[in-house]
Design a protein around this ligand. Structure first.
Ligand SMILES: Cc1cc2nc3c(=O)[nH]c(=O)nc-3n(C[C@H](O)[C@H](O)[C@H](O)COP(=O)(O)O)c2cc1C
Length: 298
């Protein structure tokens, strides 16, 4: 169930100077849930609204950060700054254990009653600043994390930043799920350094009605165009791609926490081809055969 957080307070017991002085990384925690008032305060410090702006500075006010929480080791929530609500995503017995395994097995994480996961949608900032936006996002994560640590001290809580994260293990585990068993004809994709998962969001009302009347699913046409642009751009950059339509969709959705209402239409594996590998010659119809196919000419 979603949680409406109480309004945050603008006055605490400790001075800012005391909070800065007392903050230190702590890796041992009591098994005691954190009160709603304190969660509210922590979320507000991380990304809370102050009028149209937030408690943390952001390059061009593009606000790329999204905050997730793992509570009591198994419940995942997403913080929504506009409504100051924790939106329930899922409950999974091994949630914290799995996260710790991606953080180089720092199992002490699972003692903590609260884990705050700072994610970023880089495109929001890079759309305006190009590649420099990547630096800005990293700086913003620092601003956000420090606000959380200092707010924690002021509430009598301890914390530690965790930067260790094994992206490759995450990708490899996803590949194992997507391309095993009856899907193993595509198991070559497990070796690709990058897998892009293409998700079909629910279309807007007009597109759905129009598509229904026409008997066409427009979103699939859109995905075809977008992914083709994507693979052509990759080609221009010297990166090889393979569009994969045969994979364990249920497993991929469960693993990535993609809601049931959305559909994973394709996975694109990508990476640099080994030196000296040239694509095999394709058997294509020549133009004359294509013309005859369409005109019905013999
Ligand atoms: C970006 C970043 C990543 C960190 N990653 C980890 C981590 O993965 N595990 C951990 O135990 N501590 C981690 N730390 C905490 C540092 O070890 C800690 O801040 C440092 O030892 C200084 O101690 P203090 O925080 O008590 O002042 C990280 C700190 C930062 C700033």
């Amino acid at each position: 169930m979603d949680i409406q957080l109480p309004n945050p307070k603008l006055k605490g017991i400790k001075s800012l100077e005391e909070c800065i002085y007392e903050r230190e990384s702590v890796r041992k925690f009591k098994d005691q849930s954190i009160e709603l008032e304190k969660l509210s305060q922590l979320m507000w410090a991380a990304q809370g609204l102050k009028g149209r702006k937030r408690t943390v500075p952001s390059a061009g006010a593009t606000y790329p950060l999204e905050i997730y929480l793992i509570m009591d080791r198994k419940k995942l929530y997403h913080y929504l700054p506009k409504t100051h609500v924790l939106k329930f995503i899922k409950e999974e017995e091994n949630l914290c254990k799995n996260l710790a395994s991606y953080s180089w097995n720092q199992d002490f994480m699972c003692q903590a009653p609260l884990i705050i996961v700072i994610c970023a949608q880089y495109s929001r900032t890079c759309h305006r600043y190009g590649d420099r936006g990547i630096r800005y996002v990293h700086m913003e994560i620092g601003h956000c994390a420090q606000n959380i640590h200092l707010q924690a001290v002021s509430l009598g809580l301890d914390s530690v930043p965790i930067g260790a994260f094994d992206d490759e293990k995450l990708k490899n585990d996803l590949a194992d799920i997507a391309f095993s068993g009856i899907y193993s004809s595509n198991s070559f994709a497990k070796k690709a350094p990058v897998l892009v998962v293409v998700v079909n969001e629910k279309s807007n009302y007009v597109a759905r009605v129009g598509g229904f009347l026409r008997g066409t699913q427009y979103s699939l046409i859109d995905i075809g165009i977008a992914v083709e642009h994507f693979v052509l751009q990759a080609q221009e950059l010297g990166i090889g791609t393979c569009w994969l339509g045969w994979f364990n969709e249920k497993g991929v959705k469960r693993y990535l926490g993609i809601p049931k209402s959305k559909k994973v239409e394709a996975i694109v594996s990508m990476g640099y081809p080994p030196e000296g590998v040239v694509p095999g010659e394709k058997k294509r119809k020549n133009l004359d055969e294509i013309r005859k196919y369409f005109t019905g000419e013999r």
